[in-house]
Design a protein around this ligand. Structure first.
Ligand code: SF4
Length: 336
C-alpha cells in the first residue's frame, strides 16, 4: 500500500479544509481500505471523521428523522425510531455485509461505497473506464452476470452495491452536505450518477463536499413495507436483484405505493410507473404482477444477465406480497 498521511479532523470545517488540500475523507473505511490495499485508491492523506461525533438520530420539525453521517450501520438498523417508522431501512441494512462490517460502516460511507465490479476492484485486471477514464470496459464483453440492466452505457455497466440506498430511494430521502461555500441538500433521486460518458463519476457531490447526514421525510408506508434481497448465497453477498417496497392500504385498497430496485443499475432504480399502476387497486396478485411487468418493461440486459429481468419481475411481486402483510416491528428481520 502506498504510504499516506493521517490525522483526525477537529471539526467539519477542518475536515473540509483538509480535503481542499488533498486529503480523502475516512469514515468507517470498510470499502476505502479494501481499495487502498488493492491499489485502486491511492490517497496521499486521510482525514478521519470519526471524532466529529456525527452519530445522532433525531426527529425533525416536519416529523421525519435526521441521521447524522457517522451513525454506524448497526446503530441505524437497530434504532427504535428506524425500526418502528422506517423498517425497510433497518431491513435493508441488516441484509448486507456482516455484523463486524456493519459495526464499522457508516450511513454517509454507505452512500459512497464503490461498485464491486471485479474489473474495477482488482488491479490484476487491466484498467477500466471507472478506474482510468478512456481505458475501456472489460465487463461489457467479459463477465457481466451481476451487472446493470437499466441505465447503463457503452462505457460502463456497473451497479451500485448499497442495500441501504435502495430503501432510502423508496423513501425519498434527502442527503445534506457541507462545503467551503455552505450547506445544501440533494434529493436521493439526484444523488447518484448514471455512467453515461463519465463512468468515473459515481454521484453528484462536488469536490470536497462533506456528507453531514440523511433526512428521511415522514412516511406512512411503515405498516406495509418490505426489503427483498435475492443473492447467490444467503449471507454476505451483494444483491443480484433487490426490491424495496412500501404500500399504504386503506379500506382494502392501495392509496400510496413506492418501489425501488437494487442490483440493476448504477443507482437505486425507482419505479414510478409501476407505483402509479398500483394506486386504487386491491393489494392482490393481479395488481402486483401488472406492476412488476410495467417495472421491468424497459430493461436492457446483457448476454449473461437476462435472468435478472424475470428475477426482477418475480421479486417485485414477492416484495409487494410481503409488504401487503402488516408485519411492522414484531417480525422485522434480524441480523445474519
Ligand atoms: Fe469498469 Fe464499469 Fe466496465 Fe466494470 S462495468 S469494467 S467498473 S467500466
Amino acid at each position: 500500500m502506498k504510504p499516506f498521511d493521517f490525522r483526525h479532523a477537529e471539526s467539519a470545517d477542518d475536515a473540509i479544509d483538509a480535503a481542499i488540500h488533498g486529503a480523502t475523507y475516512l469514515a468507517g473505511g470498510t470499502n476505502l481500505f479494501d481499495l487502498m490495499k488493492s491499489g485502486v485508491e491511492q490517497p496521499s492523506a486521510l482525514i478521519d471523521l470519526r471524532r466529529l461525533a456525527m452519530t445522532s438520530i433525531t426527529t425533525t420539525d416536519t416529523g421525519g428523522v435526521f441521521i447524522e453521517a457517522g451513525v454506524t450501520n448497526s446503530a441505524l438498523a437497530n434504532h427504535q425510531l428506524i425500526r418502528s417508522q422506517y423498517p425497510v431501512v433497518s431491513h435493508a441494512i441488516l441484509s448486507g455485509a456482516t455484523t463486524q462490517l456493519r459495526n464499522m460502516a457508516t450511513a454517509g460511507g454507505n452512500l459512497l461505497q464503490r461498485t464491486r465490479c471485479p474489473y474495477f476492484m482488482q488491479t490484476a485486471f487491466p484498467e477500466c473506464n471507472k478506474r482510468k477514464p478512456g481505458s475501456g470496459c472489460a465487463a461489457i464483453n467479459g463477465f457481466h452476470r451481476e451487472h446493470a440492466i437499466f441505465g447503463a452505457s457503452d462505457d460502463c455497466v456497473a451497479i451500485h452495491p448499497s442495500d441501504m440506498a435502495v430503501a432510502l430511494a423508496m423513501l425519498d430521502a434527502v442527503v445534506h452536505v457541507k462545503s467551503s461555500t455552505g450547506r445544501r441538500s440533494i434529493p436521493i433521486s439526484k444523488f447518484f450518477a448514471l455512467p453515461g460518458r463519465t463512468p468515473e463519476v459515481d454521484n453528484t457531490l462536488q469536490p470536497h463536499d462533506l456528507i453531514l447526514g440523511i433526512e428521511l421525510p415522514p412516511s406512512h408506508l411503515h405498516e406495509h413495507s418490505w426489503y427483498l434481497k435475492v443473492r447467490d448465497r444467503h449471507s454476505y453477498a451483494f444483491a443480484l436483484v433487490s426490491v424495496a417496497a412500501g404500500l399504504r392500504i386503506e379500506d382494502g385498497g392501495i392509496t400510496d405505493a413506492a418501489l425501488a430496485l437494487g442490483g440493476v443499475a448504477a443507482k437505486p432504480w425507482r419505479l414510478q410507473e409501476a407505483e402509479a399502476s398500483l394506486i386504487g387497486r386491491r393489494p392482490d396478485a393481479h395488481a402486483f404482477r401488472t406492476a412488476a411487468t410495467i417495472a421491468m418493461a424497459g430493461a436492457q440486459p446483457l448476454r449473461q444477465n437476462a435472468f435478472k429481468v424475470d428475477l426482477g419481475r418475480h421479486s417485485i411481486v414477492r416484495a409487494l406480497t410481503l409488504a401487503a402483510i402488516d408485519r411492522r416491528i414484531a417480525s422485522a428481520p434480524t441480523a445474519r
